[in-house]
Design a protein. Structure first.
Length: 163
């Protein structure tokens, strides 16, 4: 028969208590009321910010655009067929931003800047907010070379500046 050692059990319990970490996930959630044509109407996100990144089920994200008193109109960045009425939507608390920099050149990314070209993660720490005021016309570099579309009729009738 096995003997119970109180000291060992006591030490084991003390160790488990000291190693215990409280993990609390507090997030504001809403409910999808309707979805269609890449737009979701979400109820219950009273504190959502304009251009805030919202998290939908199935790894779909959206951006809060239309802030109403009791509803948020959201543009979806992903397949809207994965979203249905009644789905839970979480606020991220982050304004929509995308990665920028030299590492982005030659890469194919989705609407939120995640790589979809199979070349692995993008190695950049720099990001910019999506919804910013464009620089004034005086601050921009002048356009000095045409952009060739490959269609001579279009290039002749509607010249497009490169830059």
């Amino acid at each position: 028969m096995m003997e119970i050692k109180v000291e060992e059990i006591s030490e084991l319990i003390k160790k488990q208590i000291s190693d215990f970490e409280k993990k609390v996930d507090v997030s504001e959630i809403g409910t999808v009321l309707s979805v269609g044509d890449g737009i979701a109407r979400v109820y219950g996100l009273e504190n959502a910010m304009a251009s805030e990144l919202l998290e939908f089920p199935n790894n779909v994200f959206g951006m809060a655009l239309n802030l109403e008193e009791d509803m948020v109109g959201t543009v979806l960045f992903g397949e809207d067929t994965f979203i249905k009425e009644g789905d839970i939507v979480k606020r991220t608390g982050r304004i929509m931003e995308v990665p920028v920099g030299e590492a982005m050149l030659g890469r194919v990314v989705n609407a939120i800047g995640q790589p979809i070209d199979g070349k692995g993660p993008i190695d950049t720490k720099d990001t910019m907010k999506v919804d910013i005021v464009a620089p004034g016309i005086v601050d921009r570099q002048p356009v000095g070379e045409p952009l060739q579309t490959g269609l001579k009729a279009i290039d002749a009738m509607i010249p497009i500046g490169r830059g």
